[in-house]
Ligand binder design. Structure first.
Ligand code: MF3
Ligand code: CO
Length: 257
C-alpha cells in the first residue's frame, strides 16, 4: 500500500477507540503483574482471553489472516528474547532473565484497540534493561511528533534517530499502522524514515505506533509456525506499542489506563 485513504475518526469514534484501548491497557497491566519465572505464555493468553470476554470484547488477533499464513490462533502475541513479534503463546515457561513482549488486540463496539509492552521476567541483565528503556523511549519520541500539521515520517525519523543513536536497529519488515474498525488501516508507519508515502497528519487520525528494536542487526527470520519473527542474528529484541489519536491539542494516547 502506498497511497490510500486515511479514515478520519469523529470525536465519538475516538472515545470508543479509547474504551477499546483502555481494555487493552488493563490486560497489559494485569499481564505485567503476573509475568514471573515459572509462568507459561499460554497462561498469559488464557488470562487475556478471559479478560477480553468479561469486558464484552472480542480478541482482535484470533483468526486474523496476514498474507497467506494460517489464521493467528491466540488472543495475544508473546515474543520471548530473540523473538521480535507475533510469538504464539503456548507451553513455553518464562525463565528468570528473559524478556517477553506482550501484544494485545481487542475489538469493542466495532473498533479495535491495539497495544504492546515488553516486560522483564524477574531480574534481567543491564543490557536487556537498556534495550527495553530505549525502545520505550523511542515510542514516546514518535508520539511527540504525532502533531496535526507534521508529516508522518517525522514520527518515523524520531523513532529511528533515538534507536540508532543508542547503537540499536529498527526492524524494517513490520510497521505501525492506522487503526479503527479494522486493525490495519492506512497509513503504514515505518520506524525508519525515507520510505514511501509521507502524508501530513490531521486531527481525527488514529495511529498505532510500534517500534520493534533489535540489539544487533534489523534483519529477521520467520519460524516454521508461519508467525513468529525472530532476529536473524539471535540477539535480543523489544517492542512497545501505543494507539494514539491526532487531535487539535496534540497526541492523545488511547492505550493507557
Ligand atoms: N500489533 C500487531 C500488529 O499490529 C499484532 C498483530 S497480531 C496478529 O500487527 F496476529 F493479529 F497479526
Ligand atoms: Co499493531
Amino acid at each position: 500500500m502506498t497511497e490510500a485513504l486515511i479514515i478520519l475518526k469523529t470525536a465519538r469514534e475516538i472515545e470508543i477507540l479509547r474504551e477499546a484501548n483502555r481494555i487493552v491497557a488493563q490486560i497489559l497491566q494485569k499481564l505485567g503483574e503476573v509475568v514471573a519465572p515459572g509462568i507459561t505464555t499460554g497462561e498469559l493468553d488464557k488470562i487475556a482471553c478471559a479478560m477480553i470476554k468479561n469486558a464484552g470484547g472480542k480478541p482482535a488477533f484470533k483468526g486474523y489472516r496476514m498474507s497467506n499464513r494460517r489464521p493467528y490462533p491466540a488472543c495475544i502475541c508473546s515474543s520471548v528474547n530473540e523473538q521480535v513479534v507475533h510469538g504464539i503463546p503456548g507451553s513455553r515457561i518464562l525463565r528468570e532473565g528473559d524478556v517477553v513482549g506482550v501484544d494485545v488486540g481487542v475489538t469493542y463496539k466495532g473498533f479495535v484497540g491495539d497495544a504492546a509492552r515488553t516486560y522483564p521476567v524477574g531480574t534481567i541483565s543491564e543490557e536487556a534493561q537498556r534495550l527495553l528503556r530505549v525502545t520505550k523511549e523511542s515510542l514516546y519520541k514518535g508520539i511527540e511528533q504525532a502533531q496535526a500539521g507534521n508529516r508522518l515520517q517525522q514520527i518515523s525519523a524520531a523513532v529511528q534517530g533515538h534507536v540508532e543513536s543508542h547503537g540499536y536497529s529498527v526492524v524494517r519488515d513490520f510497521v505501525g499502522h492506522g487503526v479503527g474498525r479494522k486493525m490495519h488501516e492506512p497509513p503504514q508507519i515505518p520506524n525508519f524514515a525515507g520510505a514511501g508515502w509521507n502524508p501530513r497528519l490531521q486531527p481525527g487520525m488514529v495511529l498505532a505506533l510500534e517500534p520493534m528494536v533489535n540489539e544487533g542487526s534489523w534483519r529477521i527470520k520467520l519460524l516454521d509456525d508461519e508467525w513468529t519473527a525472530i532476529t536473524a542474528d539471535g540477539k535480543l529484541s523489544a517492542h512497545f506499542e501505543h494507539s494514539i489519536a491526532v487531535t487539535e491539542n496534540g497526541p492523545y494516547i488511547l492505550s493507557e489506563l
